[in-house]
Design a protein around this ligand. Structure first.
Ligand SMILES: [Zn+2]
Length: 414
């Protein structure tokens, strides 16, 4: 089966947000695909997690007796609004240091805030003091987007505020034309005690002592499709597994990991590194895919590791005829968790697509040719590594490792 077919099959499942059932259907699909390839150690690893879902999000702008619906999506972890929604005037804040006057009496009002301010402590303080009824984050160019950081602080750590994202152009129109009132309706559910499943498999090489890890996440935000983020990436892993299952390797097992719950605080990765520590420690490299397959884009590899790792991955691309640029630096998708175990980890993507985390992330955005080229690259990189005379001595420097571990510990919601 081609990568593109795997992608459309998984997209057809619908929403696959962790803990709500669609994720388990996708896990079963991936498990079957691994079994169809006759891979070894195929298994689902269940883990306890929390989950979040929504069924409705509607923003209406009332002005001069007219009502206009603006596209919006709730922020992750947003609570539902009260029945009938939050209805009130809006206050537009163009800076977290906006004068106090702009913040006063926000109790019944909806704040419109530029997304740039997400991590401002001054902003949290003002939320606490002036208690707005709801908040709308303005996002650069996406038509309604999940905002993944600030909302968590507000909901889990502080006050539970209904929060949604709107597009810049819509916010600008509200500011320019004015509005008598906004009405925000969010119907959402947060589940504290649920579970999801990672799916693992191995392309086994008899006698091999070391492993190469290939991974991607298959869960989605609570929207259907999510084609490029990251159904396509998961499909590329399945396709690369098929290509590698047909090869004879000498030195490495290829461990395949399909993560769930990436989109909700990477709970799947946190579980994976605990339950599979031994196999991970015997691995020399991980390659992770998230956000790929778009027709127009740029292939890039971001490496948590040293120059030698980066050079190997670049050379493997050159030899495959796969155009890619590379860089080094820490990033915190699922591969960051594996890197925290001391395994150099590369993040391979093709982007950036402004439709990520929107209803517009559909299969039509994905190029079958790009998926095939990416799985060719993955398989060729694995074969190149297997062909080296000795195990590489690639390292993550201690300061970076320390930072990874500290940052990851701080992500855990207490
Ligand atoms: Zn993703």
């Amino acid at each position: 089966m081609t990568a593109y077919e795997h992608m459309t099959n998984m997209c057809a499942i619908g929403k696959r947000n962790a803990g709500f059932g669609g994720d388990l259907k996708a896990a079963a699909y991936i498990e079957k695909a691994f079994n169809d390839l006759r891979l070894k150690q195929v298994r689902r690893q269940r883990f306890a997690c929390y989950g979040w879902d929504f069924t409705d999000c509607k923003l209406a702008v009332h002005h001069n007796g007219q009502k206009k619906i603006i596209p919006s999506l709730p922020c992750y972890h947003s609570p539902s609004t009260p029945a009938g929604g939050v209805h009130g005037e809006y206050v537009y804040l163009d800076s977290p240091d906006a004068p106090e006057a702009a913040w006063k009496k926000t109790e019944a009002k909806i704040l419109i805030i530029n997304q740039e301010f997400l991590e401002s402590a001054a902003l949290y303080d003002k939320f606490d003091r002036y208690k707005p009824a709801a908040v709308l984050y303005v996002c650069a160019s996406r038509s309604g987007v999940f905002v993944g950081t600030m909302d968590r602080h507000i909901v889990r750590g502080r006050r539970a505020l209904p929060a949604a994202g709107i597009e810049y152009a819509d916010a600008a129109a509200i500011a320019a034309e004015g509005a008598d009132a906004l009405n925000l309706i969010i119907d959402a559910a947060f589940i504290e005690n649920t579970y999801s499943e990672n799916v693992l498999a191995r392309v086994e090489t008899p006698g091999a002592k070391k492993n190469i890890i290939l991974g991607a996440h298959f869960d989605t935000i609570p929207l259907p499709h999510c084609a490029t983020d990251n159904t396509a990436g998961m499909a590329v892993i399945l396709d690369a597994a098929e290509k590698l299952a047909g090869c004879t390797l000498k030195n490495y097992n290829v461990d395949l990991i399909a993560f769930s719950a990436e989109e909700i605080d990477r709970q799947g990765a946190a579980d994976y590194i605990v339950k599979n520590a031994e196999a991970i420690k015997n691995s020399v490299l991980m390659i992770y895919i998230d956000g790929c397959g778009v027709h127009i884009g740029r292939n890039h590899i971001r490496v948590i590791g040293d120059e030698k790792t980066e050079k190997f991955l670049q050379d493997a691309a050159d030899n495959t005829g796969y155009p890619v640029s590379t860089s080094r630096g820490v990033s915190y998708l699922d591969h960051g968790y594996v890197a925290s175990m001391g395994v150099p980890a590369a993040y391979l993507f093709r982007g950036h697509l402004n439709d990520w985390h929107t209803v517009n992330d559909v299969p039509e955005n994905v190029s079958a040719k790009q998926l095939d080229a990416m799985s060719d690259y993955l398989a060729n990189a694995v074969l190149a590594l297997d062909g080296l005379d000795a195990y590489p001595n690639w390292k993550i420097d201690p300061a970076t490792l320390d930072k990874l571990n500290k940052d990851i510990a701080s992500f855990r919601i207490k």
